[in-house]
Design a protein around this ligand. Sequence first.
Ligand code: UDX
Length: 432
Amino acid sequence: MKICMIGTGYVGLVSGVCFSDLGNDVICVDKNKDKINLLKEGKIPIYEPGLSELVTKNFKNKRLSFSTDLKKSIKDSDIIFICVGTPTKKVGSSADLSQIYNVAKKISSSINRFKIIITKSTVPVTTGDEIEKIISKKNSKKKFSVVSNPEFLREGEAIRDFIYPDRIVVGTNDKKSNRILKNLYNPLISKGAQYLNTSRRAAELIKYASNAFLATKITFVNEIANLCEKTGINVEDISIGMGLDKRIGGRFLRAGPAYGGSCFPKDTKAITTTADKFKTNLSVIKSVIKSNEKRSNLLLDRVSKILNKKIKDKRITFLGVTFKANTDDMRDSSSLKMIPALSKKGAIIKYYDPTGLKKEFSKLKNVFHVDSIKKSIEGSDLVIIHTEWNDFKSINFKNLAKKKKFIIYDMRNIYSSSKIKSQGLKYYSVGR
Ligand code: UDX
């Protein structure tokens, strides 16, 4: 069985490389020639721990190849995964499906034998029905099957999440496609992954509902953290206490800045607009979106309080600016709201990120990138720990504070407050 991955973004590249590592022949296609040329040279366009090694290994043993020739790649393959982007539309909050439908049209004119066409991209419920309609204009329904098989990969943990998934969701009523996909995923199923065959529409909705639920969990604990700050309670005790109830579970209960990234903000908006279209009000998710959008301002108010409302000319350090650790992704990172707001109020900001300089801040006044933790902290009034990279977990603050003392605002609760306070430094965190 030959596999074709259309789109070498995060989902397509990671899944394609992992499928090839499981012994399949995989061709990854993208219309972006530069990207494909880079990949052929073994250079990876995204930051993902372990990915580069897997690409090199499977490219060398010829199980993995890269191409810009979509038609040929489709013709040569039996299983086609659509992994193109479904960003939020520029106007409104629904998902822009133009890339999905363009690809569907191209597939439609390249079907030479039976193909399983699978959406791995996150797509609103009924997208599979539309793809089927497009393809059946030129092809008999016997020649293809449209399946939904959403991905649940986290950036920074994507390879591990692919190899050890909690579940594999395959949405199809077609027995043949289900058999072929179960076989494809068998190496993961035999290691303990649950395989769920359901309807195509259900699979599409499972993806959105899962992301919306996780976003709700985070937002819930963030609001509880606000209450903890007012009542002298440690939010971590609450997360542990709640998480021990198996019905709740302890993961995704870490309080911190507003959630960000390529999925949660986009998917929470898309599921509510889809529901609106079907005259259903997803009011819980709508209030999660609102609460999360307000969160960066709330944290900025805290910064202002910590600095006694004097932000002008204050030297502020950001440790990490991406939306979370172990990624270079800036999409919907809370730093994109906080840094410009502080710069506008006259703060002088230095930031250090393990993944380097970010173009997003290059035009901002008084915002500087530095290339070490030490340089970023020296001379600072306030150090904000914005992401939870391991690099930030054992900083010798005592040493760095010898020349000039600074305040720490740990937005990820990495440090023990009593330990830092015992070093004579002022320390603030979230919900503690
Ligand atoms: C997410 C989903 O987890 C994944 O299944 C889906 O396929 C894509 O979207 P990702 O966006 O890579 O993955 O990151 P994730 O680790 O889920 O974190 C998302 C956001 O939530 C980040 O801003 C993170 O900092 C925040 N978060 C996560 C918290 O604030 N607290 C938590 O306890 C967990």
